[in-house]
Design a protein around this ligand. Structure first.
Ligand SMILES: [Zn+2]
Length: 396
């Protein structure tokens, strides 16, 4: 009897211990990325790998300068609501594998890789080609896109034992690229949404020619388990574009465009109003000097900042439902000014089986969406209210 009682007491102690321990573990587990968005910024190439080489500069330098500017602008705008993880913040070599590991270990919410484009030395259009393009992961639809992915993936051949590390992936063989055909669906809607926003801003704000949002098999995008885009800022082989890419003014403009797009995306994900991105008007300085000055100025601006860009309370957690009004479906992605949208603003889309479903507004309560529905129905009779969670349709 005594021993039964003792066992009972021991058993209850054990149960309480397990309960206490499991609560401890819960408390120690990092919270879901509700309040803090983790952005991974990847400056392509570095160290012994210069990337594309121009007459006055190299790709690795431009990538690093622009990435640092983008990161610092966003850190300043979002404060502790954002954690920026840089795969590299100085001129050093990193393999594609190491980049992917850094991104995955940090449990990033988004991976943005920054690069500069170039054409082969024998290409006749080398001196005249220009324009920005933002890539999402997918199977290339044209030889151009495959060329860009092959050139960027080729850096893996700099690693010892690259055949083993990359499990037989041969960056030069078109057949290797088949693996990317079905691999992008999980994060495609979010990736395309940000790609589109960055592309638009690189055109309208940084004055780049428009080579469109594209798809191709970039190994590093495939290896990072999160929404991701790869930005090709412009062509370093074109001397005029190279001058822009190398200039402090150019870097500042491109960084503002990318940071502006990211600001909008991050703010809508964590449920705050998009903070303004501070523009640096001192264009005569080198970017490095501008960055140093900005760091010193933070203290002076702090008082002003706390009132001007104070963050509103977090309203919608990323895993919470948002209500939108769906009004149109399309097999292709539409420009903001597309006639199909009939001038409707505040428009977004989500992907459903490779179809673009266009929505209006974003509300935390169903009633709010319902209240706006009649207005949208004046233009789109068939419009209806839907609920989305993390960009996917869920029950109302
Ligand atoms: Zn590159």
């Amino acid at each position: 009897m005594k021993s039964i009682k003792f066992s009972y007491i021991l058993f209850s102690c054990l149960v309480s211990l397990i309960v206490i321990l499991s609560n401890e573990i819960k408390a120690a587990t990092p919270k879901p990325a509700g309040k803090q968005f983790v952005l991974v910024l990847d400056a392509g190439h570095g160290g012994k790998d210069s990337g594309a080489v121009g007459r006055i500069t190299t790709e690795k330098t431009i990538n690093l300068d622009v990435s640092l500017l983008v990161g610092r602008k966003l850190e300043k705008a979002f404060g502790d609501k954002l954690k920026v993880v840089y795969t590299r913040d100085k001129d050093k070599y990193l393999s594609l594998m190491e980049r992917a590991k850094i991104a995955n270990k940090s449990h990033g919410n988004f991976f943005v890789s920054i690069h500069v484009n170039s054409l082969d030395k024998r290409n006749r259009n080398r001196a005249t080609i220009k324009g920005a393009s933002v890539y999402t992961l997918g199977l290339h639809k044209s030889a151009d896109n495959l060329d860009v992915a092959q050139r960027e993936n080729a850096v893996m051949t700099l690693d010892d034992n690259f055949e083993e590390t990359y499990e037989g992936f041969d960056p030069h063989s078109a057949e290797s690229y088949i693996i990317f055909e079905f691999s992008q669906n999980l994060h495609m809607a979010q990736s395309v949404r940000l790609a589109d926003e960055i592309q638009n801003r690189l055109i309208t704000e940084a004055g780049r020619a428009d080579r469109g949002v594209r798809q191709a098999g970039f190994w590093v995008l495939w290896a990072t388990g999160m929404p991701s885009v790869l930005v090709e800022l412009d062509f370093i082989c074109n001397p005029d574009q190279e001058k822009f890419l190398d200039s402090s003014e150019g870097k500042e403009k491109m960084a503002n465009a990318i940071a502006g797009a990211l600001s909008k995306y991050i703010a809508s994900t964590i449920g705050v109003a998009a903070p303004a991105i501070e523009k640096n008007t001192r264009t005569e300085n080198r970017v490095e000097e501008a960055l140093k000055t900005q760091a010193v100025e933070v203290a002076e601006d702090e008082v002003l900042e706390s009132t001007e860009t104070a963050q509103p309370e977090v309203k919608v957690q990323p895993s919470e439902k948002v209500y939108k009004i769906q009004f149109l479906t399309s097999s292709k992605k539409l420009r903001d000014s597309a006639p199909e949208l009939k001038g409707l603003k505040n428009v977004d889309f989500y992907m459903d089986h490779n179809v673009y479903k266009y929505t209006y507004g974003s509300y935390s309560k169903k009633d709010e969406a319902q209240a706006e529905l009649n207005n949208v129905r004046k233009t789109f009779k068939e419009a209806f209210v839907i609920a989305l969670r993390d960009g996917k349709r869920v029950d109302l």
